[in-house]
Ligand binder design. Structure first.
Ligand SMILES: *[C@@H]1O[C@H](CO)[C@@H](O)[C@H](O)[C@H]1NC(C)=O
Ligand SMILES: *[C@@H]1O[C@H](CO)[C@@H](O)[C@H](O)[C@H]1NC(C)=O
Ligand SMILES: *[C@@H]1O[C@H](CO)[C@@H](O)[C@H](O)[C@H]1NC(C)=O
Length: 580
């Protein structure tokens, strides 16, 4: 696992160069004719604010490297601000603004600086396709490339995107008058780019089972994790889950934040009935033994399909009939009388597919020997699953990874899992440069980890493949730094690693030396079976795998074209047919 360094890369420098070629900005007011179509049917959809007054729909073209984004404003006042920023701030954001001067309305591609001052972009990359007013509100349809080669613009990449939005309540004589700190605004996290979901036909004998909370009243507090124990039919034989989707009580779409279904340990004879907050003192202790993930969903996610050759086992003698449903309610408006029966609908088939799917945990072992020094802006930690482990534990033909879910500590800012073969990076399994601990299909709130849960088939006994630095080498680091800082050369083995880290005096030097230790010292491999035993082999003090060739991102269309195709710096006048 890597915490990515977000400093200027060669790519950013190239983008800046390209955009410096665009020089003069002419402000023209292009007039815009509203389209007459009845609106785009875009496959992806998310509510932006907790009431659903602002909603976003979109589609993706990987071939053209562009998105169509449709913003729906239920009650349009004097305008809206919509955009993207690194972590969801309205400052330093890439924005599109719809505003009125009292007579005419305009749309412009803009950016905000660190003080919230808004300036029109020198190149207009949000291309307005259509504006319409309907009984459901005001709709704005835009097209935008993933990357615009404008250094002020956000680059839309895989992983979390922080969307920002706000509503304007006053006309503006010019965009420069917009004071963002006076705008009522909000933020929403979403995976904008996602793989095309093939329309997979369900088997004829597919059955469904809904795991729903039993009509509860959502507590009037910001965050609730609700736990509910559900049961599968008695003596259910082994089936394969082939698909699952969310079931959300209408009206609660903006509150149900994420949900997970876990299977309890097969050894548990009985799990008592429970429906209540997961952190309640009244909850049965057995709940902690319900950790085997069957399904995970987060706001904005589509249905999850297994590949045609694989399914996730459910039922049968080696499984438990007790399931734990966990629903995270995010209720910032503290709505207090809302009923909910949301949950997850599982689709399963008795006609077993060729392979059982499995879940494997990659990344860093959860241990104090891997530490991030205080006050660091960027610090990268890497966990390895070495060739020795994959050769020992995986079948000759390898495995097929079809999904993965990143999970980190609160310090996680960027995460990347990459497949390396013969020292060369060959494929990115998953990458998120704007990672947020608040937005992930997590695996239980008690766990705080730095891992990737990889979904794959055929299932193997390899449950966990993680590493940490060799503790002996870390001890050498402590001895060295302590001597360097003029401290006693204590017999540090008496002291715990956490205590030794805490008593270090941190400066650039001690942080840099720690970083180079992590990048050179031997590692301990945890090549663990599902029985929580190591695979046979010598896993201690293994040489750190070397990565000599890094993957290059293919250029964006705007980089290939060299001169950006977008129209230069003028807002677009918006007229919508208000009679439709
Ligand atoms: C996205 O939606 C737009 C507007 O409806 C449409 O013209 C375009 O073909 C769609 N693109 C994809 C990839 O679906
Ligand atoms: C924006 O509004 C805030 C809050 O009222 C104020 O402190 C700030 O000076 C304003 N900025 C500008 C540029 O007017
Ligand atoms: C892997 O298995 C070993 C041996 O049972 C155990 O000591 C270790 O804690 C396991 N590793 C992890 C990360 O659970």
């Amino acid at each position: 696992m890597r915490l990515l360094n977000r400093s200027l890369s060669l790519q950013d420098v190239t983008l800046m160069y390209l955009t410096m070629l665009v020089t003069l900005v002419v402000i023209l007011v292009a007039s815009y004719q509203a389209g007459s179509s009845s609106g785009a049917k875009l496959p992806y959809h998310i509510l932006l604010d907790p009431r659903g007054d602002l909603q976003l729909s979109w589609n993706i073209s990987y071939a053209l490297q562009e998105l169509y984004l449709e913003l729906q404003v239920k009650h349009l006042n004097q305008g809206v601000v919509f955009g993207m920023s690194d972590r969801g701030e309205l400052v330093n954001a890439d924005l599109v603004v719809l505003w009125t001067d009292g007579h005419k309305s305009y749309v412009g591609d803009a950016w905000s600086d660190s003080t919230g001052h808004v300036t029109l972009d020198s190149q207009q990359d949000y291309q307005l396709i259509e504006a319409r007013r309907t009984p459901e509100g005001f709709f704005l349809l835009f097209k935008r490339p993933f990357s615009t080669c404008d250094p002020r613009d956000y680059v839309i990449e895989e992983g979390t995107v922080h969307l920002v939005f706000g509503e304007l309540d006053k006309p503006l004589a010019s965009l420069g008058q917009l004071n963002l700190s006076l705008v009522h605004s909000g933020m929403q996290r979403v995976l904008l780019l996602r793989p095309d979901t093939p329309s997979i036909l369900m088997p004829k004998d597919v059955q469904t089972h809904e795991v729903l909370v039993p009509s509860i009243t959502i507590p009037g507090q910001e965050t609730t994790y609700w736990c509910y124990i559900a049961q599968l039919p008695r003596d259910m034989p082994k089936n394969h889950i082939v698909m699952y989707e969310s079931v959300i009580t209408p009206g609660n779409e903006a509150i149900v934040h994420h949900m997970e279904v876990f299977e309890c340990a097969p050894q548990l004879e009985k799990v008592p009935q429970y429906s209540g907050p997961c952190d309640s003192k009244m909850k049965p202790r057995n709940l902690n033994y319900c950790r085997h993930v069957l399904a995970a969903w987060a706001m904005g996610a589509e249905a999850f399909y297994y590949p045609p050759d694989a399914g996730l086992p459910i039922g049968g003698p080696e499984s438990s009939r007790f399931l734990r449903l966990e629903v995270h309610y995010h209720n910032p408006l503290l709505i207090s009388d809302r009923q909910d029966s949301s949950g997850i609908r599982l689709y399963y088939t008795p006609t077993l597919r060729k392979y059982d799917a499995g879940i494997m945990e990659l990344g860093l072992v959860y241990t104090p020997v891997m530490a991030i020094p205080p006050r660091e802006q960027h610090f990268q930690l890497t966990g390895y699953c070495t060739a020795k482990c994959t050769q020992t534990a995986l079948p000759q033909g390898g495995i097929f990874i079809f999904a993965s879910q990143l999970h980190t500590h609160l310090a996680g800012r960027g995460v990347r899992t990459v497949l390396v073969r013969g020292g060369r990076e060959v494929e990115i399994v998953q990458e998120d440069k704007h990672f947020s601990t608040h937005y992930q299909g997590g695996f239980g709130i008690e766990e705080e980890m730095c891992v990737n849960y990889v979904h794959y088939y055929p299932r193997t006994k390899l449950e966990l493949c993680k590493s940490h630095v060799d503790p002996g080498y870390l001890q050498k680091y402590f001895n060295f730094i302590n001597r360097f800082q003029g401290g006693d050369s204590c017999d540090c083995r008496q002291t715990s690693v956490s205590e030794q880290f805490t008593s270090l005096s941190w400066d650039t030097f001690s942080a840099q030396v720690l970083n180079s230790l992590y990048n050179t010292a031997p590692i301990s491999m945890h090549c663990n079976q599902s029985t929580a035993e190591l695979f046979p082999g010598d896993w201690e003090r293994r040489e750190l795998p070397q990565v000599t060739a890094h993957l290059q991102r293919p250029p964006y269309p705007c980089e290939r074209a060299r001169s950006p195709a977008a129209r230069s710096g003028s807002p677009t006048e918006v007229r919508s047919d208000s009679r439709t």
